[in-house]
Structure formats: C-alpha cells, structure tokens
Write a protein that binds this ligand. Structure first.
Ligand SMILES: Cc1ncc(COP(=O)(O)O)c(C=O)c1O
Length: 1010
C-alpha cells in the first residue's frame, strides 16, 4: 500500500471511530472534493447518509456563520432543500477532531440528486426551479444577521471595483480589454444604480457544483454556505445564472428563466431585474481577475487556468449579445413589459393617428393597396425566392397595376425566408432574425417619402450590403413625459439621403426622402421599409429590420405594429405563430387561470379541423372523440358557407324583420311535438337554461328548482346553483336554499341497478321526495331540470320510465319540466332527434346549445305558447346577439346537414358498432365495467374490481394519455369518480374511425394489464 493510501486509510479509521463515539454512527466513508475543508460522504450501517465537513482552524467567524445560518433556517424554513445540521450525542452541531491538525467537525444531512454540472437532464426549467429555490432562501435570510457575513470579500461582486487593479495581471490583451470594459461599466453604471437595491445576507455561490438536480431536472438541493456575504440581494441571481448558463444554447434564456423563477417567489425591483445581465458579466470579470491574481501568487497551478476556459467563453458570448434585447428578455421573463416605454409610444400613436400625414401618395386619402405574401410558409415563397430584384419588381408592379392599386404592401410580422447571409444570424444556434419588423410599401424608385408627423433626423446610415437596408434614415420623435421614439425609413435613394443631415428638423407631411433603386437599396425591388422603433438597441442607424420569432414578445415592443401610422383599408400585419411553451405562459399571464388546458402535460396547438379530425400546427391529424359541439363535422363547408355569405350581407339584432330568423324558428320548432312551438334565441347553453328558469318562475309563480345530483347546467350564477357538479365540488359554495337535489339514477353503481325493471320508478321516487320536502315548507317547485342522458353524471342512460314518473311528480305539484339537450340533442342519440324522446316524454321547456351552431356561439329555448305568454309580462326580453341573421343562417345550415347527410341514422349505426365492439373488449379486459349510451353519446366505465366497482380513475388517465400519445385519438373522462371514458365525437365519425378507436383501446388496455 502506498504511503498516501495508508495515510488515507488511517485517517478514515480515525474518523469512523470518532463518528461512532460522538454520534453513535457506524459508517463507511468516501472522501469528496473540497477547496478549503475535508469533506466525506458518510454511509451509516442503518442506511442513512450524511455529509461530514472537517474545517481547519482559522476563519472561526465564517464557520460560526455557517452554523448559525443552518440554525436560522432550521427554525424558519424547514422545507427548503438544504443540508441540515445533525446533533451529536451531546446535543451539539459541531465537534472537534484531530486530523492533519485540529479541526471543527460538522455532520450534515445528505441531499439526493446529481450535481448540476454532471446532471443528465438540465434545461431552462431547471434554471427556473433554481431561481425559485434561491428566492425562497433569500426571503428567509432577510432577517439573518451575522458578523461573519459583514466582510470585504473578493467573491462579493458588489465590490467588483476592488479587482480593477488586477486587470493588468490578465495575460491576453483581448481578455484584459473585455474585463476592463465590464468593470468600467460596473463602476460607472451598475454600482450607482444598485444604490437603491435591497441588501441582505445571500448564499452567493449557487454554482454548478453546489446545486443538485433530480431526474426530472428540477433542483433538489443547494450546498455550501461558506461564501455567504451581506451584499446586494440581486447578486444571488447573477451568481447562480453565471454558472447555470455554462454551455446552454441560449445564455440569455437561461438567465431569464432563473430570474423569472426567482421573481415568482421573491419579487425583484425593476432596477434589480435590469442589472442582472451586467452582474453576470461582472461575476465573470471578477473570476478572471481572481484567477489572474492566484496564478501570479501560485504560478505552478495550471488547474486555475483550465477552470477559466468556461468563464472566458461565456463572457465572450454574453458580450456578443445585444444588451437591450437581453435586458428586455429578462424583464419579460419576470413579468415586466419588455420595453418600458413601448406602451406609451403605442398609446400616443393611437391617440394621434387622426392627425398623421400619409407616408406615400398624400393625394390619395383612402388608397387601394395590393397585399403581397412573402412569408416562408406562403404558397408563393419558392417563386419569390427564384426571382432577382428586377424580376420581383416587374411582378410586383404588374400585380399593383392589375389590381388598380396605388401601391403594394409587404406585411409586418411575416416570417420570411428571403433574409439570407450572416447578417441575420444571432448568437443563438439555430435562431435567425427572420420576422419582419416593418411594413414594406412598394412603388417605383424615386417615389417621395413623407414624414407622418414632425421629427428630427436622428441617424443616417448607408447599409450598403446585399440584402441590407441600403440608405436608411431614422427620425426621432418626442412625446409626453420626455419619451422618445423613432420612425425608420429603409431602402432610400442615396441622392436624397445625401441632402439630409443629422439634427435636421422634418415637418409633418414633408417629402424628406425618396425610394431607392435596386442598385442602391440592398438589391431589392424598389420599396420603402417603414418601421416604428421604441428602442434602437444602441444600434442607431444600423437598427435591425427583422427580429427573432422565438423572442417576438420582445421584438414586437421594440418595433410595434405600424398599422396605426398607415391607416390603410386592409390588414398590414399578421399574428406571429408561437411555440406551445410560450402560449401556455402567456395564457397563464393573460387569461384567467380558472380555465384549464386540455392535456396540460403535453398541450395541443390546434390550427385546423375537418370532419371528425383536428389538425395541429405540424399538420398531424387527431381523431376528435370529444367534440359534440362541431356536431356535423369541423368546418363543415355548408355551415361555413352559410356563415360567410350572411356575414357578407348583414348581421344585426333580431328586432328587424328577417326571413331567415322566422324560417329558422319554424324549422327548429318543427323538431318538437305540440305544444312546444315557441322559440327564444340566446347565445349559450347557460343563457338558455337561465332563461328557462325565468320562464318557469313566471308561469308557475314558484321559485324552487329540483335538479339531479352531479348534474351540470351552465356557468351563470343561476345555473351554478342548480349544478351539484359545481356547487358541491371544489370551490363550490354548497346547495342554495331554493334548490333540491334528487338522487342520480345510476343503474351501474346506484341503489337500483341493471336488471331491476322498476328502477326508473324507484329513482323517480326521490324526485317525489324532493317535491314533498318543498311542500313540507309550504313551497312548490317551479322547474325540474334533467338531461335525457346524464353527461357529467357519467354518460348515464336513464332507467326506463324515470322521466315519465319524475315529470308526473313535479307536474302534480304545479312545476314545469325541462329537458336540457345542450349536450345530447340534434340526433346524436341515433334513434331520436332529442335524448328525452328516449324516455317517451314531452317536456314543458327544452334548452339547446353546443351542437346547434356547429361551433358558432348560439343556443335556443323552445317552450309552449302558454309559458311564453306568461313571460310577456311587460318587461321586454331583449338579447343583443340572440337570433341574429348570421346565427339563424348557421342554425338552418346545421339542420339541413343533419337532414341531408342522414346524420341521425349514421350516429345510430356507428354508435351501435362502437358499443358492440366495446362490449367485446369488455370480455377480454375485466377493467371495463360497463358500456352504455345511445348513438354517439357513450360511456365506458373502468373499474378495478367488477364486484366492488372500485373506480379505475388513474388507469383511465393512462388510457386517455396513451390514446392521445400513441394513437392520436382525443378522449376525456367523465363521472363523479372520473373513471368513465366519455365518447361524443362529431357525427361524421366513421365506421373506420370507430374500428380504429376500438383497436387502439384494445391495445392500450392490453398494456395496462401488463
Ligand atoms: C348539460 C349542459 N347544459 C348547459 C351547459 C352550458 O352551456 P354553455 O357552456 O354553452 O353555456 C352545458 C355545458 O357544458 C351542459 O353540458
């Protein structure tokens, strides 16, 4: 055994004996790396694991600080994933040991995970989770004070200026210049701004060897409190970012993710957020100075040089970033407007637009324009790419001529393939600048350019490269509050620009420039690129004309939509498509969180629909088995055509006479037997049910309502009250005094089950009970709500005779009976147009919604003349949109398609096939407990045990996720136990679709049992 090994063995034996004696722990030990201390992983014989730190004497204050902070956090933040001090037999958190001299020993709990630098999975979500952890830590350290933290410490970058004297020790001139620039900016800009920023004790060293990640890439622990210092809080974020971004594809995205995570837990001020980017570079500069000093003091230590490679590479990358864009991206991630002044500029433009002068052709107040599509994904992209400037000009001018247009337009927000060359590369691999930040105006060379409002020539630049801007001018404009912005004019003529000088004033409407030729304008067909600029990014006349699509939330503020300045008769901008992660983030920010996202773990971005299929942004077709709203098929051409045609003619409220409305009411009422003859038109199922309550109250003079347990009838306050699914669920306020709930007639798991021929009558007995309960209080029901098949109840078919008996009890007490056909109507049940007809009843009121307009927001109530008459009591029922001509045309088209395509019959045939097939699967897969439904409104209930009926909700979640992931079939769950597979596809769902579904379900259930 070598001397060294022998010594290590002896040392380990010493420690083992000490651990046994001091802590009563028998353990094996593995040495770990450490800069100042001796560190060991301790594996106790009982399976527990610890970290043992042996601190050399000296630095007592610092060690005491480390002990104190763990005590502080133990009392305040027991949930933070940090090492916890373990007490020895004497109850102390430190002990003494003799090992290469006297040392203080601390035993700490072991944290699970891989260190960041070596973790297999780490991404920007990891950085966000690190930000959140550090924010939680800092919140708990706000009131921590310790003399050891009040130190002048080289690694406190709040004192970075103290390293300037070491810059000269850095060998390479290029590096020296970089570090000098960073520290110069630190002293002149960063430090003065930090004066107002909060200070406290921070961890100060969340580096890639001190942060642990779990298998999903989330932060699972933070180690080593030895670098704590009292300094500016924001330095915590900067230090962590400096390590987290090492090797990341897009360093600014990593900083933004980390700062954004921090902000979620501990709010940073605007100033702090704006300083993070510079402070990350400051950390690198300090590190380079410290290394240079150490190498001077320790010339043989080449290791120090190696560790500097990352630092220099990352500093160079960050110095290659545009600071304004980087800060804007970090602001955005922290929930701030990316460009603070942008909204004031846009508001000013909108407020003053009436007073702007035309930029071209001032004589033409409402010019006709020809719009061109230059997008990379456009149908003409290949053709445009094949033309040279002269050919493009000829083609553009020909189209302008043939359309008798005054000029042509190229759109703002368009993602274009024409921007070739290195100029459009960014520092981020794979991310090019390709999204158009201005509007192009095409007209012959020499066309005069007028200022839309007064300004001052701020920048003149000749971007004389192929595909560049050519001669360019930026006018500067100042608005209220001293806010400045610029308008950019690119592709001008060299001659006109030569006449301008910076500082020159330009009047509103003044023709100050002219379009250049292809030979001078960057080799484009002659046109003006007009762009609004709220921040010229320090680029002045070299300002970019195209931005990065993935960062559109920032670029659209740098250069907002110029439509407002142009005021043309056609849209001159397009919506820039964004990736799913961004859309989720923006939805969370801008749309109420109570609206959930389907398949939230892997949401879909749906951009099209056809028949029973939805189509995502990649063109993948998904079989839609949950959309009973688009009943006659997504984007059915007859419905679309009817809507478009009527939209092009007229859309008003229904107080004017209109043939279509009268025709539609006749056709809709004809779907019902007498005396259901009178229609009311509304906009949603909820509105229909709310109106039904009012009708019933008017007619009966009663107020109370009876509803079926677990039902859902709408989102209005009045309907939440009659929806046990809502009022008795999460966030619900419980049962209202005017509502009675009748037992849900569930033939599968209820009190009376399949095989009980009298179950309908027995369940209806509880409706009688509710009527009796009201009567006992001297009250009578106004209305009884029920669907013909219970949707939220779990796709439950009603027992024979249920509605007949229930209606009789309600009517006997003077109440009315409502059939809610919002989910189940319009022939879906196959044998009948309406689900209540399965029960052989005629309701007093029927409400319709969802499928009625095939996705267009409309709904209706049908009732008797007598009930309608009782409601006409002097107070008008006016509904702005209900029954408008467009809705009426759409409603008619839906009825026509159901009739002409024999969709009711189709629902029956395919629905029977589906249920037969599912019953065959039930013989093979015992998890299928029940198969039920009518036509294409079905439920397949999964249970773990056919005796106990234990719901298989988790298994159903798996089935739904796998049917989506593997088979591209969209389904969802239903029922009080979330264990019913809900089936309600658009009616064109075909026999082939049905077989595909059954095969996929068979395969998925097969995997479930493995
Ligand atoms: C049975 C039933 N009634 C009423 C409604 C409410 O319809 P809307 O969402 O159009 O207001 C719904 C909606 O899901 C429903 O399922």
């Amino acid at each position: 055994m070598a001397d060294r090994d022998l010594r290590t063995e002896q040392e380990l034996a010493t420690i083992r004996a000490w651990l046994s004696e001091t802590y009563g722990i028998e353990a094996t030990l593995s040495p770990l790396p450490g800069e100042h201390d001796l560190n060991y992983r301790v594996s106790a014989s009982d399976g527990r694991e610890f970290l043992l730190k042996l601190h050399a004497d000296g630095g007592a204050d610092e060690l005491d600080m480390q002990v104190a902070v763990l005590e502080h956090l133990a009392a305040k933040a027991s949930d933070l994933p940090i090492s916890r001090a373990v007490r020895n037999r004497a109850g102390a958190v430190t002990g003494r040991i003799e090992l290469r001299g006297p040392r203080t020993a601390r035993l700490l709990s072991w944290l699970p995970g891989d260190i960041w630098a070596k973790a297999p999975l780490r991404d920007d979500a990891s950085a966000t989770s690190l930000g959140r952890l550090l924010a939680g830590l800092d919140r708990n350290l706000e009131d921590f004070v310790h003399s050891g933290a009040k130190r002048l410490y080289g690694w406190d970058i709040g004192r970075a200026d103290m390293h300037r004297k070491h810059i000269e020790l850095i060998g390479a001139a290029e590096k020296r210049a970089s570090v000098d620039a960073v520290l110069d900016r630190f002293t002149s800009v960063v430090l003065p701004r930090m004066a107002t920023c909060p200070m406290q004790v921070i961890h100060n060293d969340a580096n890639d060897y001190n942060v642990l990640l779990d298998e999903q890439g989330n932060v699972s622990g933070l180690l080593d409190f030895g670098d704590m210092v009292e300094t500016f809080r924001v330095i915590e974020v900067a230090v962590a970012s400096a390590y987290a971004l090492i090797g990341s594809r897009d360093p600014v995205a990593t900083i933004a993710a980390l700062a954004g995570g921090y902000q979620q837990v501990n709010r940073l001020s605007e100033t702090e957020i704006e300083l993070v980017f510079d402070l990350v570079m400051t950390r690198y500069a300090v590190s380079m100075c410290m290394a240079a000093k150490q190498i001077r003091d320790n010339p043989d230590n080449t290791y120090l040089l190696v560790s500097q490679d990352d630092v220099w590479r990352e500093l160079s990358r960050l110095q290659g970033e545009n600071r304004s864009i980087a800060i804007a991206r970090i602001r955005d991630a922290c929930g701030l407007a990316p460009i603070p002044q942008a909204s004031a500029v846009v508001r000013w433009l909108e407020k003053n637009a009436h007073d702007f002068a035309p930029i071209v052709r001032p004589e033409n107040a409402r010019p006709k324009v020809a719009v061109f599509d230059f997008s990379a994904a456009g149908s003409e992209a290949a053709q445009w790419a094949s033309l040279d400037a002269a050919e493009a000009e000829a083609r553009i001018m020909a189209q302008i001529g043939s359309e008798h247009a005054a000029f042509g337009i190229g759109l703002y927000g368009e993602d274009r393939g024409v921007y070739r060359g290195d100029t459009y590369e960014t520092s981020i691999e794979g991310a090019r600048r390709s999204v158009h930040l201005g509007v192009d105006i095409f007209a012959p060379a020499g066309e005069p350019v007028c200022a839309p409002f007064a300004g001052k020539v701020a920048f003149i630049h000749d971007d004389a490269v192929a595909y560049g801007f050519g001669p360019t001018v930026l006018l500067e404009h100042e608005i209220e509050g001293g806010v400045r912005f610029w308008t950019l004019y690119g592709h001008l003529s060299r001659q006109c620009v030569a006449r301008l000088s910076e500082g020159q004033l330009v009047e509103k409407g003044e023709a100050f420039a002219a379009f250049g030729t292809a030979g001078e304008n960057g080799n484009w067909a002659p046109h003006l690129h007009f762009q609004i600029v709220t921040d010229h990014l320090g680029l002045g006349g070299r300002m970019h004309g195209v931005g990065v699509g993935d960062q559109w939330q920032v670029w659209r503020e740098v250069s907002p939509d110029p439509s407002v300045v142009l005021g043309l008769s056609v849209p001159v901008s397009v919506i820039v498509p964004r990736d799913k992660a961004f859309l989720v983030r923006e939805r969370h920010r801008r749309i109420g969180r109570s609206l959930s996202i389907a398949y939230s773990a892997a949401p879909l971005k749906i951009v099209g629909g056809e028949g029973a299929h939805l189509i995502d942004e990649d063109g993948t077709r998904w079989l839609d088995m949950v959309n009973n709203v688009c009943h006659v098929g997504h984007c059915h051409p007859r419905v679309v055509k009817a809507a478009q045609a009527q939209m092009g003619k007229l859309n008003t409220n229904s107080r004017y006479l209109h043939d279509t409305l009268v025709e539609y009411s006749r056709r809709l009422a004809a779907q019902f037997p007498d005396p259901l003859n009178v229609c009311f038109f509304v906009n949603s199922g909820s509105e229909a049910n709310d109106l039904a309550i009012r009708l019933a109250r008017a007619y009966t003079g009663n107020r109370d309502i009876i509803t079926v347990d677990h039902a859902y009838h709408g989102h209005l306050s009045s309907l939440i009250d009659v929806s046990p699914y809502k009022f008795a669920g999460k966030g619900g306020e419980g049962q209202a005094a005017h509502v009675k709930v009748a037992e849900m007639p569930d033939l599968y798991r209820g009190r009376y089950r399949y095989g009980d021929a009298d179950a309908g009558r027995k369940y209806a007995g509880d409706v009688r009970n509710q009527v009796a309960a009201l009567a006992a209080d001297g009250r009578r029901p106004a209305l009884f709500f029920s669907e013909g098949i219970l949707g939220t109840g779990g796709q439950l078919s009603l027992p024979h005779g249920y509605l007949r008996e229930a209606y009789a009890h309600v009517r006997a007490a003077g109440g009315l009976c409502l059939a809610d056909e919002v989910q189940v109507g319009f022939g879906r049940v196959g044998s009948h147009m309406w689900a209540h007809e399965l029960q052989g009843v005629t309701p007093d009121i029927v409400t319709m919604g969802k499928p009625i307009g095939n996705g267009h927001p409309m709904a209706a109530v049908v009732t008797t003349e007598a009930i309608a008459a009782s409601f006409a009591n002097g107070m008008e029922y006016f509904n702005t949109f209900g029954g408008n001509p467009v809705s009426a045309e759409i409603g008619l088209a839906v009825l026509d398609v159901i009739r002409d395509e024999r969709l009711m019959h189709h629902c029956r045939v395919v629905g029977d096939r589906l249920m037969d097939g599912a019953r065959v699967l039930a013989n093979k897969h015992p998890i299928i407990g029940d198969v039920r439904g009518h036509g294409l409104f079905n439920g397949i209930e999964l249970v773990r045990d056919r005796e106990t009926l234990e719901p298989a909700a988790r298994e159903l979640d798996f089935v739904i996720a796998e049917m989506k992931r593997k088979h591209r079939i969209l389904l969802s769950s239903e029922g009080p136990h979330h264990n019913v597979l809900k089936v309600k596809p658009p009616a064109p769902f075909s026999v082939e679709d049905c077989d595909r579904f059954l095969n996929a379900l068979d395969e998925t259930l097969g995997r479930l049992s493995v």
